[in-house]
Design a protein around this ligand. Structure first.
Ligand code: XIL
Length: 365
């Protein structure tokens, strides 16, 4: 099962429309399908976030360039209180040439968020993916380059961005350090990245972000060892982002609870940073049936309840889902299997998954 997220490559246009129409008929027309209730953002003071496309290279999901841009903006601003750029703040887009930063798309997202009173999370400064070719092939002074990259971006957004994924996916599932341009060229690059980010914006919360850490204790061991090491050296880090690209069966809520607890025991903030819950991991379904939709409601409710009951209010960094509607989810493209992993369907309607999230938020103070 393709649970290891490696070698992500961005495509100029993601084939998002392909899965869009497949789940619009999951009830009869007379059945009241639309879950009612207040907007998610009205149900909690916790930041409830969504990843948004912004750039022209992501034409289906872009809140600027999609033919549905105004609907996307309306849904995002109505239901959510936090945003993250699905792509446009990654190095490839925001720093396309050594001497050139592309602020325009990121600034658009910031302005949108500020107009709608939303938090803004920055994703991501240091990653092995989404690298511009000049960076991959760099032959100058690597430490100066890293310093310029982090300092320039974090300073540019220091008045607007509340928290950053400073480093994304630095460890492999076995807990070893991933080999990347950063590990190859800069000794102790993790500590240097966090120190630079803190210097550029002392007020932003600094996160380490990764996948599978809710399911693989050895991988989380490595992350928490990094934190312990940082603390002995006064290197700043505030929290851990659990991507949580999970599915209906995996991992168990007991495993998720255990992973969150380990961070809480160390006084770390915890974000659910990229949540999606795939309902067709074994490729046995062709549509989101009412039964699958109901199972997804329960799974969303359990996962969010696990978070809220394990992470005390002062350590909750928020919950972000990785995309607005099922038609825009990256998962069918990445896993090559149709799926419906998000809170809204292709027609912008609330799904039972939305109800599961809402039930959890309303049940837990
Ligand atoms: C994904 C985006 O959703 C896609 O649009 C893009 O093509 C590839 O990257 N972990 C991360 C995210 O940290 O940045 C990835 O986002 C999904 C996995």
């Amino acid at each position: 099962m393709p649970r290891l997220i490696t070698h992500l490559c961005l495509v100029a246009a993601i084939g998002l429309a392909a899965c869009g129409g497949s789940q619009s008929t999951n009830t009869t027309p007379d059945t009241p399908t639309q879950p009612s209730g207040p907007m998610l953002r009205e149900q909690t003071s916790l930041p409830i976030g969504v990843a948004l496309g912004v750039g022209s290279f992501e034409p289906a999901s872009s809140i600027r360039y999609s033919p549905q841009a105004s609907q996307l903006r309306h849904l995002a601003a109505s239901e959510f209180s936090s945003v993250v750029a699905e792509n446009v703040m990654k190095p490839e887009y925001i720093h396309p040439q050594e001497q050139q930063y592309h602020w325009n798309d990121g600034d658009y997202l910031v302005q949108f968020a500020q107009q709608n009173n939303m938090h803004i999370h920055g994703h991501t400064l240091v990653w092995h993916n989404a690298l511009p070719s000049w960076m991959s092939n760099y032959s100058g002074n690597w430490e100066s380059m890293l310093a310029d990259h982090i300092t320039t971006i974090v300073s540019h957004y220091s008045d607007s961005i509340n928290s950053w994924d400073v480093v994304n996916e630095a460890f492999l599932d076995d807990g070893s350090l991933r080999s990347s341009i950063w590990s190859s060229h800069i000794p102790d690059y993790l500590a240097k990245a966090y120190t630079l980010a803190r210097a550029a914006d002392p007020d932003a919360d600094l996160y380490y972000n990764d996948y599978n850490i809710e399911a693989m204790p050895k991988k989380l061991d490595a992350v928490l060892q990094m934190v312990t090491d940082f603390r002995t050296r006064n290197i700043p880090i505030d929290g851990i982002g659990f991507q949580m690209h999970i599915d209906r069966y995996w991992p168990s809520t007991a495993e998720i609870r255990q992973a969150f607890s380990r961070c809480v025991a160390m006084g770390l903030k915890v974000r659910i940073s990229e949540l999606d819950i795939r309902m067709n991991p074994n490729n046995t379904a062709t549509a989101l049936t009412p039964e699958l939709a109901e199972a997804q409601r329960q799974r969303y409710r359990e996962v969010i309840t696990t978070y809220l009951s394990t992470v005390p209010a002062e350590l909750r960094g928020g919950i972000t889902v990785w995309g607005l509607t099922d038609a825009l989810s990256w998962t069918p493209w990445y896993y090559k299997i149709p799926d419906w992993p998000l809170l809204f369907d292709a027609s912008f309607q609330r799904k039972p998954a939305w109800t599961g999230m809402s039930e959890a938020l309303q049940a837990t103070p």
